[in-house]
Every structure is written in structure tokens, then in C-alpha cells.
Ligand binder design. Structure first.
Ligand code: ZN
Length: 620
């Protein structure tokens, strides 16, 4: 997964076996979604398990799904849960908890049915990340993250599924799945999909919307881009060139390691984030697709740049955890999940590669890459740097650790970077982290999970004895990574200077603004502000009331961040502030905001060895 805080991005992952899309012969479990007869914003779902031999049986809707590393309780959206026998008589049902129902007389069971609500328009989206959430906008858009609609019977998760979606005419199923057949249905059409097991149901989101798609081919892979832009601000064609350039660069970076032959990007653009529409931005990974949620109000350039970071992160999840993962991930329990120790690998290495490939393939400059790594170092400092990453990872669902999840994209990525530099050093530039990932993919791969506690010794076997010390010290140990020591090896140093920042964010975890008790946006007085604030005439403690005529407060603070992304240097800007109870209007021009701090830069007098190691790290 990758989720963005404020205007930033964050990503999620899914694991398991390759979804095959050929015919499924065994008698399938039939799940039906009726998108035509929506009632009170709810969709009727029925699940018919076929013959059941058990005396009693439990039906589950997921509590959590792979890649989100959080508890979601999708069962909270199910209402009016019923079980029927073959004659249509109701059977007794016992609700066990929010996500499970027991049917005591299972031998007579024909099917279960329930009304499913969606998460996008719930208050706070009921705590569910938008990219793992669901949308029902009758006749217009249905975001079918299927784990939020279709449940499973106990001990029947390995049975094949037949998914039947009754949908209005004119809507198109955006998905990596192939429609097996389409039949006429009253008031619409019925699309049929076949899956080999429940995991494939959850691994294959479908977005129904009017057809707005673009496709391109990169080597042997077909990439499909499906977009929903409610106000028709964007079309798939707007993003096709950038996405094609990005995927081409990723394939070139990965080399023969990747054998994916179909990949779908489902992009949902939220019109009114946080006000009855999706409000967290980022994406969740699946084996052959990703669901991305971004604000529709964002400018094209900023959106393309965010999509490049987010979608590339999701695509690299093909390496891990989709390709290389532990038993906890492989045998994922949707209602009683166990977490692996290796989030540094699944999310950290993925995030690191999503940045490294950009400098490797010339999409960003060396300095841009250093700035990104430096920002991760700064942002990661809000988290306790002595908590072993393996401990945090294993306990990520616990309250104590859940809040440090965002650090997987920060310190997790920095662990990847430090390991990469150390491997290059030990191998005289010959072996890097991507080479290690290739070796791990050869040894394990998507169908062969590793034992969580054996991964490090396997890595040591595949690399150098010194790598054991690296893990013992910085990953399972409590010693913070001495970044400067690693940077010195590749001829970099931290130097005091001007560093570029965002208008309202010093770094990903440090906004320049906060909210007061009345819900006003207030400029913080406990930080050194960027040059933007002094240039426009804003002081610590000022309330920002409106900018360019648009009023801002706690309700639309997201807008402030996303609107600012669209500002251009040199444009006029008018800010209405309240200082000491008095309203003031400040007129100025937009500048590139800078802050004083330590910037990671190349050593002026780096020696040959440092230069060579740097080159092999970034460019080979
Ligand atoms: Zn991720």
C-alpha cells in the first residue's frame, strides 16, 4: 500500500498465488452483486456455497485485507443478513461478531444474502483507507474492492468462485480480470467472472464506470488504465504518456525478474474529499492491478508526479510481498491475521525501489533523489528510532504500534537504502539490493513462502556474513542507522543550506499549520517557517482565513494542501489572515518555498572509490 498524508502518498499490498483466468471446472461458490436495484445506497449481495456437508457453518466478511496492515471490519457495512434453504424459507442465523454469522442448520442452507453499504460516504470512511474502500454511486460509479462485498464460508476459501455482477447498461468493468461472459439481465447486463479461490476475489478489484480507458503495451505486458473523473476534469489519455514512460522505465530497471503480462491501474478521482467522498489518497497493490485514489481538484502536473510515485510503488510490490513473502502473508487469515516481521522488506524496499528506479532510469536527478532520501530521514525522526523494525512490524495491528505504520515508507525505505549501499560496498559495486531480490525470487517466488524467522539467515547465505551484523544492529536491533557513515561510502555529506519544502509542509510528517479549538487553520509558532511565509507576510500564530478568495478551515484543510500544489511561481496570491483578532489582506506573488536545514549533497572532493561506489549504487 502507499498512503499519502495530506498531499502525500502511501501504498498497500496483496499476496498469494497468481490469479489465473482460465475456466474453473469444480462446482463454484456463486456470489452475485446487483448494481441495478440499489436501495438506500446499498447493494444486495448473495453468496451460494453449493453443497455443504458440515452441520453448522460460519460465514465471514473480512476484518482486514492484505496490504493495509490495519483493522477495517468490512462486516460493519452488511445489513439484514439472511440465510435461506432451497425452498426460499429463512433459516436461523446467529451474528457472532461484526464480521461473522453462524448458520446452525447448515445442511439445509442454499444461500446467504445481505445488503452492503459503501465506505466512501461514511463519516471518516469508518476508518477504512479509501484505496481499500468501497463506493456505490447509483448508475455512475461502483468501486468494487470485492473484500468489501463478498464474504466466504469457513473452510471453503480454496473453492472456486463465480462472480456475477448485474450492472446498468453503459457501465464498463475496469479490472485486470477478464469477463468470462456477459448475459442480458432485467434492466441491464450480467457480467460473469471466474476465480480459483477466495484470495483471487479479494485480489481483483473492479471499478464500474463509463468507459474511460487507455491501454499500452510494454514488452509482453498489457497495461490498462481506467479512470473515473466525476466532473470530467481528466481522461485516461491525460495520464497515458506519463504512465507508459514510467512503466517502461520500471521494466527496464527490473530486467527479466518480472513476468507479469497484464496490469490494470484503476484511478478514482475524488470530487469532494472528506465530504461524502473518498478522503485518503494513495493506492493499494494487487498482483495484477492497483486501486489509486487521488483528488480531482489537483493540477495535472502535480497529479502526474504523484501518480508516478504511487503507481510505481504499487507495481514494485510485484517483487515483494507479492513475489517474495512469508507464511503469514501466504496463508493470510482475513479474520485473525498474523503479521510478519518483515515490513522493512514489503513496504520499505518497495518504497526505496520506487525512488531508486527514477534516478537509475534518469526520470529524476541525483540531487532530487538525495533530497527525497533526506526528507525521509527528517520525517522519520518523529518516530522512535530505537524500536526494532521487526518488533514494530510483527505488532503493527496493536494500538501501540499502529500509529508508527507510516514509518514503513520512511525508515523502512532507508533500511533498504543502507542495505543497498552496504551490499555494493562488500561486493565492490557488483551486487546491490535488486540483485538480492532476484536471488530471493529464484529461491522462493510467489508460490513458496519463507519462514519469517529464517529470512535473515537466508539473506546472509546469499550475500555476505557481514550482513548478519547489519540486520542484528539496525533492523532487529535498537541502534539507529548512522546515515552519515553510509553516505560517506558513496561520497555524500550533509551540508547546511537551503532546502526546498512544500508550501504548508516542512516534510511529510511536519505541517507548518495546525488547527485551533474553533477549527481555524493557524500557522505554527514552534517551527522555523519557510521563506514563503515571510515573503507573503504571514507570521507564526496567524489564522489563515482565505487564499485567493477561497475560505479554508478544518473542514477543507485537504483542499488547502491540494490547491497549493497547483500554484505556480510568480502568480499573484492574496491571503486573508487574522492577527490578534484583526483581519489583514496580504497581496504578494507565489515563490518557491525554501527552508534552512541540512541538505544531502555530493562531496566536493570525493575520491575515486567513493565515486565508483556511488555510480554502481545509482546507475548500474
Ligand atoms: Zn506498499
Amino acid at each position: 500500500m502507499k498512503k499519502i498524508i495530506f498531499a502525500l502518498a502511501v501504498t498497500a499490498s496483496i499476496f498469494g498465488c497468481k490469479p489465473a483466468q482460465n475456466t474453473v471446472s469444480e462446482q463454484p461458490i456463486i456470489a452475485t452483486l446487483d448494481l441495478v436495484n440499489v436501495q438506500d445506497d446499498k447493494v444486495m449481495v448473495t453468496v451460494d456455497p453449493g453443497d455443504i456437508t458440515a452441520e453448522e457453518i460460519l460465514f465471514y466478511i473480512p476484518k482486514t485485507v492484505p496490504g493495509t496492515y490495519s483493522t477495517s471490519n468490512y462486516g460493519q457495512f452488511a445489513e439484514d443478513f439472511k440465510a435461506y434453504d432451497k425452498k426460499g424459507n429463512e433459516l436461523a442465523v446467529v451474528a457472532k461478531d461484526v464480521n461473522s454469522w453462524q448458520i446452525p442448520d447448515a445442511a439445509r442452507l442454499d444461500k446467504v444474502s445481505y445488503w452492503m453499504n459503501d465506505s466512501f460516504d461514511q463519516k471518516g470512511e469508518s476508518g477504512i483507507y479509501s484505496m481499500a474502500g468501497t463506493n456505490i454511486k447509483e448508475g455512475e460509479n461502483y468501486m468494487l474492492n470485492l473484500h468489501g462485498f463478498v464474504g466466504y464460508f469457513e473452510n471453503m476459501m480454496e473453492k472456486p468462485y463465480r462472480l456475477e455482477v448485474i450492472r446498468p447498461d453503459g457501465l464498463f468493468p475496469g479490472s485486470a480480470l477478464t469477463v468470462t461472459e456477459t448475459l442480458a439481465a432485467p434492466k441491464g447486463q450480467k457480467d460473469i467472472f471466474s476465480m480459483h479461490r477466495y484470495f483471487e476475489v479479494t485480489d481483483n478489484p473492479i471499478m464500474y464506470a463509463t468507459a474511460d480507458t487507455a491501454t499500452f503495451k510494454v514488452e509482453n505486458m498489457d497495461v490498462l488504465l481506467h479512470i473515473y473523473s466525476p466532473n470530467d476534469v481528466y481522461t485516461a489519455q491525460d495520464f497515458k504518456p506519463a504512465m507508459e514512460k514510467m512503466v517502461r522505465a520500471q521494466k527496464s530497471f527490473l530486467g527479466e525478474i518480472d513476468e507479469t503480462n497484464k496490469y490494470a491501474i484503476l484511478l478514482y478521482l475524488s470530487a469532494t474529499p472528506g465530504e461524502g467522498d473518498a478522503g485518503n489518497f494513495g493506492a493499494l497493490e494487487h498482483h495484477t492491478s492497483t486501486v489509486v485514489v487521488m483528488p480531482e481538484t489537483m493540477g495535472k502536473e502535480a497529479l502526474i508526479s504523484s501518480l508516478t510515485d504511487i503507481v510505481s510503488h504499487e507495481f514494485f510490490h510485484i517483487l515483494t510481498p507479492l513475489g517474495v513473502h512469508s507464511e503469514e502473508v501466504h496463508y493470510f487469515d482475513y479474520n485473525d491475521p498474523e503479521m510478519s516481521q518483515h515490513l522493512w522488506l514489503y513496504e520499505g524496499v518497495t518504497e526505496y525501489f520506487a525512488n531508486l528506479f527514477q534516478v537509475n532510469q534518469g526520470l529524476i536527478s541525483n540531487q532530487d533523489f538525495y533530497d527525497r532520501m533526506n526528507e525521509k530521514i527528517t520525517s522519520s525522526k518523529v518516530f522512535d528510532d530505537t524500536v526494532p523494525f521487526t518488533v514494530m512490524s510483527e505488532n503493527i495491528l496493536e494500538d501501540k504500534y499502529q500509529d508508527s505504520y507510516y514509518n514503513v515508507y520512511l525508515k523502512g525505505a532507508l533500511i533498504g537504502m543502507a542495505l543497498d549501499i552496504r551490499l555494493r560496498e562488500l561486493s565492490n559495486g557488483e551486487m546491490g539490493l535488486l540483485d538480492l531480490m532476484k536471488k530471493l525470487t529464484d529461491k522462493y517466488g510467489k508460490d513458496r513462502p519463507f519462514k519469517d524467522e529464517e529470512l535473515v539467515s537466508t539473506i546472509v547465505d546469499l550475500t555476505y556474513p557481514e550482513i548478519q551484523t547489519f540486520f542484528d544492529t539496525y533492523v532487529s536491533g535498537s541502534t539507529p542507522i548512522p546515515y552519515n557513515t553510509f553516505f560517506k561510502k558513496v561520497g555524500l555529506e550533509m551540508r547546511e543550506g537551503e532546502i526546498p519544502v512544500d508550501y504548508f509542509l516542512q516534510d511529510q510528517a511536519t505541517p507548518y499549520i495546525t488547527i485551533n479549538a474553533a477549527g481555524d487553520i493557524v500557522v505554527r509558532d514552534d517551527l522555523t517557517l519557510s521563506t514563503f511565509f515571510s515573503h507573503v507576510g504571514i507570521k507564526p500564530g496567524d489564522i489563515i482565513k482565505s487564499i485567493n478568495g477561497k475560505t479554508y478551515n478544518v473542514e477543507n484543510i485537504y483542499d488547502l494542501i491540494s490547491d497549493s500544489v497547483n500554484w505556480e511561481v510568480g502568480e499573484d496570491i492574496t491571503v486573508t489572515i487574522v492577527r490578534n483578532g484583526e483581519e489583514k489582506i496580504q497581496k504578494s506573488k507565489v515563490i518557491e518555498p525554501m527552508s534552512r536545514g541540512l541538505r544531502l549533497v555530493e562531496l566536493m572532493n570525493a575520491d575515486g572509490e567513493q565515486m565508483e561506489l556511488r555510480h554502481s549504487w545509482l546507475k548500474s
